[in-house]
Write a protein that binds this ligand. Structure first.
Ligand code: SAM
Length: 546
């Protein structure tokens, strides 16, 4: 299987190989101008460009659907306008972006270095990469030599913070139009200027550009570019995961945030093209949104993250709702109402924020007068988060004990419990000693229950065709298939009963296929799984090791 295999695009009209894209949506290909015109008349004009950019005082520029968009539809596909390493990262090749391994020369381990500017690189080929040319020339002309030395492969190097902004600045000469497009993006420079990070950037990035490289920019422009990166960039990975970079996409940057977004993004192919997929049907006139944070974090954490990294206060429906759309993701049980002996009422009263849009607001019981201060909530969350981090990821015991230990304190949907449940779903069925075939019937049922719990939560917080739902469906389907086989062999199920259950498993798999087939490398994996289940349905046989 080759997950990075490039598909040759074909013309929308004649299906022959094609190399021209529609200038509007850039999503469909044509072999010629004539076929582009024909395709437009034959109906592409009704499908092209599903969005427009509007402005509002609340959101700034944002995307709005210009027509009804179907679930699963690709809304936008875009090339990066700028690409560079993260601010601080272990040595990565400035040519291909790969994380570097040292080589041993005369008993000393070090990275291969660019023969001109001395930055660590893969080898001579990458030295010549287009993306490295302009920065290498300017550093070489100024006789600057990078001095990163190998210490250990994971040592994060702060020196990388200059590269991504420098690449944008150099675009002023190499690609002025693109430079203007990037500079027109939101920066929030004023908000960031007094933060510790920007005080450091003033000292190293600005000094590097002005004094070391002697480039004709002012301090504000240099910091603005860094700030544009922080406000708009996406973390992107190559399909095999060996390259992790930051990229700016001019059009995708217009997409605003929601804590219950209606799109998800994927990286397509080797050139870090970014595509957005509608996770739910989007009606004409609706806002098209993405998430800038983690959907499974509670409101306190999400809003704090958005304020610090993106400089705004989210006021979406979910953020305003003390119950987080009825999930109680941030909540704990009221210790007074649920004191010893009374625990186990139908819907135990919870502590919810008295004003979710104010992080300092106390958390109050839904039923009695009991409340706790928000800082107590922060401390509690931090302490339990630290406790979770200590558990070994290769075994379930720590996570199971955590859920049990706090079952009288934390709501089953509390984000900390959800983290533990996610870890358990990964362990059961995938880790040595816990492969599906090795799980006891009890643990197999546990995995199935956990998948159902989180699917229910996903429906409320990240509805529709999300990657989260897709992977949960795959986990659930695999466990259900094994369970069916065991029940059939133990004669708890008749052959037709087993086939009914396998059919249900197939339905889950088909939905996972609809969601995940666009993800890098997933199409082949899912097709193999579908064939396996189809075969089992034919023969009434089942494989315990999937
Ligand atoms: C990637 S940009 C999105 C485009 C931006 N609105 C613009 O005009 O350039 C991110 C910035 O948009 C604004 N923004 C995005 N989502 C928002 C939301 N839900 N509420 C308020 N502001 C939002 C914030 O200023 C944020 O830092």
């Amino acid at each position: 299987m080759n997950s990075t295999k490039k598909e040759i695009p074909t013309c929308e009209v004649c299906q022959q190989p094609a190399n021209q894209t529609c200038g509007g949506c850039k999503l469909v290909y044509y072999c010629s101008k004539a076929h582009q015109k024909l395709g437009w008349r034959e109906g592409h004009k009704f499908k092209c460009c599903a969005f427009k950019i509007q402005y509002s005082d609340t959101y700034g520029r944002h995307m709005v659907a210009t027509r009804d968009i179907k679930q699963g539809e690709m809304i936008l596909k875009e090339k990066p306008a700028a690409l560079g390493p993260k601010m601080t990262c272990p040595p990565h090749c400035l040519g291909c972006g790969k994380k570097l391994e040292p080589t041993k020369v005369k008993d000393i381990y070090d990275f291969y270095k660019c023969t001109s500017c001395n930055w660590p690189m893969c080898g001579p080929e990458c030295e010549k990469a287009d993306i490295h040319k302009a920065e290498c020339k300017i550093m070489t002309d100024r006789k600057y030599k990078c001095n990163i030395k190998y210490e250990h492969v994971d040592k994060a190097e702060a020196a990388y913070c200059v590269i991504a902004p420098l690449r944008v600045l150099l675009m002023r000469d190499t690609n002025p139009r693109q430079y203007e497009n990037v500079l027109a993006l939101e920066s929030h420079l004023e908000d960031r200027m007094s933060t510790p990070l920007y005080i450091v950037l003033k000292a190293n990035l600005v000094t590097f550009v002005l004094q070391v490289l002697g480039l004709p920019f002012d301090e504000e422009t240099i910091l603005k570019v860094a700030s544009i990166y922080d406000t708009n960039s996406f973390e992107v990975r190559s399909p095999d995961g060996s390259r992790k970079l930051r990229a700016i996409y001019v059009t995708a940057s217009m997409m605003n945030h929601s804590c219950t977004p209606n799109t998800r993004h994927i990286i397509v192919g080797d050139d870090y093209n970014l595509a957005f997929i509608a996770t739910v049907p989007i009606a004409k006139g609706e806002l098209i949104t993405a998430t800038y944070t983690q959907s499974l974090w509670g409101t306190l954490d999400r809003r704090k993250h958005l304020r610090t990294t993106k400089c705004f206060d989210c006021e979406c429906e979910r953020c305003k709702d003390p119950t987080e759309l009825g999930t109680y993701l941030g909540s704990i049980y009221c210790s007074i109402c649920n004191g010893p002996g009374v625990f186990g009422t139908e819907k135990p009263p919870m502590l919810v924020s008295s004003n979710p849009l104010d992080e300092a607001a106390p958390w109050k019981c839904e039923k009695c007068d009991h409340f706790i201060l928000s800082r107590q909530m922060f401390w509690g969350n931090n302490a339990l988060s630290e406790e979770l981090k200590k558990f070994k990821k290769d075994g379930p015991n720590g996570f199971e004990d955590f859920i049990l230990k706090y079952s009288q304190t934390l709501h089953p949907n509390n984000h900390l419990v959800v983290q533990a449940k996610l870890a358990l779903i990964k362990i059961y069925g995938n880790y040595k000693g816990y492969m599906l075939s090795e799980l006891s019937d009890h643990l197999l049922q546990r995995k199935i229950d956990l998948c159902h719990d989180l699917l229910e939560l996903a429906d409320k917080l990240e509805p529709g065709w999300t990657r989260f739902r897709g992977t949960l469906l795959l986990d659930l389907q695999a466990a259900l298939t094994v369970q069916t086989k065991r029940e059939f062999e133990a004669e708890k199920l008749t052959k037709s009963g087993a086939q009914d259950q396998l059919m249900e498993s197939m339905v889950l798999l088909q939905e996972a296929a609809n969601i995940l087939r666009v993800e890098p490398g997933m199409k082949e994996i899912i097709e193999t799984k579908i064939q396996e289940v189809a075969q089992q349905l034919d023969t009434g046989d089942s494989n315990d090791d999937q």
